[in-house]
Structure formats: C-alpha cells, structure tokens
Design a protein around this ligand. Structure first.
Ligand code: 8YV
Length: 323
C-alpha cells in the first residue's frame, strides 16, 4: 500500500504527477493553498502520514497539536522555515524538512534582476515605451545609478547570499557581508566580513538581504539601519519581509534617501502594503524568487523525496534538526 500524503499547496504539474505516482495523494482541488483547518481535516479523514506544504501554511504549535497522530513527516517546499514551530514539531515526533540548495541560483538571479531594474530604472523605461515614447529624452533625463564597480553589502551569507556574491563579482562589484558566522577564508573569495552589520551599512552602495526570517532578524532593517546607508543607496530584499520595518523603508524611498528598492517579499503576503505600488522608485515582485520551471520542480521533488525517505524508515535528506 502506498503512503498517504496531503499535498497542501499548489505546485507544478510534474510534482503533482510524481506525488500521484508515489503516494496515495490527496491533491487539493481548490484555487488556493490549503488552510491549517483544511490540512487538519484532510489529514484526519485520510489518516495521512505526511504533509507537503509551503510557507503559506503557518505550522504554529496549535496547528501541530491539531494534527492527527498518523502524521509522521512534514516537508515544506521552501528553504525558509520561519512559518514552522520547530520545537513543537520536534516534541510531537514529526520529522520536518525543507529544500535547501536547489533554489540558490534562481533566487540569486532574481535578486540581481531586482537590483539591476531598481538601479537602472527598468520599469520606468518599460512604462514609457508602453505609453508610446515619442518624445525626446535628454542626456540628463531619467538617469539611473551605475552598478558595475560599486560596493554591495550582503546581509546573510548562506547559500543564496554566496550565489548572489558570485553574480555581483561578475559585475566587478566589491562584496561586503555580514552573517552570524564568518565564512572560511577560502569561501569568502575576497568578500569583506563585518561582525556587526551596522558597521557595514555606511559602505553599501547596494544592500541585498539574504538572511532567514524569525525572531533574530525581526525588523533588523529599521529607521536607524536605513539612516546608516549612504544617500542614494539601493536596497534589495528576496529573503523575508519580516526583516524590514516597512514604515521606515517607505519613508526612506519617498524622501529619496534611498535611490530605489527591489522587493520580492513583504511583511504581509499577499495583501502587501500598497503604498509601495505608488512609488516610481520601487520594483515589486510577488514572492517569486524561486519561480522558474526547473527550480520549482526541483523543490517539489526534493520535498517528496524527503517524505518518502522518512516514511520508508530512513533518514530525511534535509531535516530541520538532527537528533
Ligand atoms: C517560497 C521561499 O517557498 O524557499 C523559500 O523560503 O520563500 C520561496 O521559495 C516559494 O515562493 C514557494 O511558495
């Protein structure tokens, strides 16, 4: 008999096909991801052994307590896991996994796209063209900020931060970084480490955020941090909206203290703060850093592989903790 799985989020056709083949799957029929109540009900009524979900499912302690005893594994199709109460899952004996590694390149590509579009006014140019152009743009008009040769600070030098650093080096940028722990020198590839991220900020023409969400980084980019950036800096966030005080960011963008920002993530999703949409110097995307066909397939497959390994009695490939 195949193991029973609740596939709680909308995913790619290839991932759904693989889930159908390998599991006695419960594929969600609706237009959106399942809520906690729907997952709980589906897991109970089908005595599911595993759930596969993404960061739209807040697996709080209460949500975990509500799951039936049949659930032994949970796999989030994401590298971030700030939506999961890890301690609650652990004490309940549910093995939880994520999908590190497979999305580094696409997320770093997306960050670079936002950086370039924000600095070089990509969306404003596109808008002019769609309105028909047909007027003279002077040599001094609509100028952006040069990217190549500038200094970029990376907050969070994990796998995605390092993939972003490789891209920045391709633009001849000087790479500065802050992480909880310093990389071994052979992995730094010349990047300059700052033990205190505030000391790094005055040297950042660009700041790209790649640190995880959660209590340790909550509103780390606040009014004070923004005031330490040089005037005219560009900020990019493809990590989590929780790292930013959005009132302070809005003010810094509106006052042109920052030249521009590229934002893929927000404190509230999908109902993000619409004030940002009214600003010309912001490039926005709807939390799609990992959204390429290849990467979304790889993330979903990895989640299914994790669940299959655990249900077969083996070790998870990407456990959130090791006993
Ligand atoms: C989302 C992400 O999971 O991996 C993460 O942590 O934030 C993203 O890749 C993805 O958008 C699926 O919802």
């Amino acid at each position: 008999m195949k193991p029973r799985l609740v596939l709680a989020c909308l995913t790619t056709t290839a991932v759904i096909a693989r889930a159908r083949e390998a599991f006695d799957s419960i594929i969600l029929p609706g237009p959106g991801d399942m809520t906690v109540a729907e997952v709980t009900e589906a897991a109970r009524s089908h005595e599911a052994e595993a759930i596969v979900f993404t960061n739209t499912l807040p697996l709080t302690a209460a949500a975990i307590a509500g799951l039936p005893d049949s659930v032994r594994a949970g796999a989030t199709i994401s590298v971030g896991y700030d939506h999961i109460d890890v301690e609650a899952a652990r004490s309940r004996g549910i093995v939880v996994t994520n999908t590190p590694g497979v999305l580094d390149d696409c997320t770093a590509d997306h960050a670079m796209m936002l950086l370039l579009a924000a600095a070089r006014r990509g969306l404003e140019y596109d808008r002019i063209m769609r309105r028909g152009w047909r007027y003279r743009i002077g040599q001094g008009d609509l100028l952006g900020v040069r990217v190549s040769g500038k200094r970029v600070g990376i907050l969070g030098m994990g796998r995605i931060g390092q993939a972003f650093a490789r891209r920045a080096r391709g633009f001849d940028m000087t790479v500065l970084y802050h992480s909880r722990t310093r990389l071994p020198p052979e992995q730094e590839l010349g990047a300059l480490y700052f033990p205190d991220f505030r000391d790094m900020l005055p040297a950042c023409d660009f700041l790209s955020i790649h640190a995880p969400g959660g209590a340790a980084t909550e509103r780390i980019i606040d009014a004070r941090a923004l005031s330490l950036l040089p005037g005219g800096a560009v900020l990019v966030n493809v990590a989590r909206g929780s790292l930013i005080d959005e009132d302070a960011l809005f003010e810094a963008l509106q006052s042109k203290k920052l030249f521009a920002a590229g934002l893929d993530v927000f404190r509230s999703e999908p109902d993000y703060d619409l004030r940002f949409a009214a600003l010309d110097n912001v490039v926005l995307s709807p939390h799609v850093g990992s959204a390429s066909r290849e990467t979304r397939d790889a993330m979903g497959f990895r989640a299914l592989d994790n669940v299959a390994a655990v249900l077969a009695g083996g070790a998870a490939l990407d456990p959130l903790w090791r006993d």
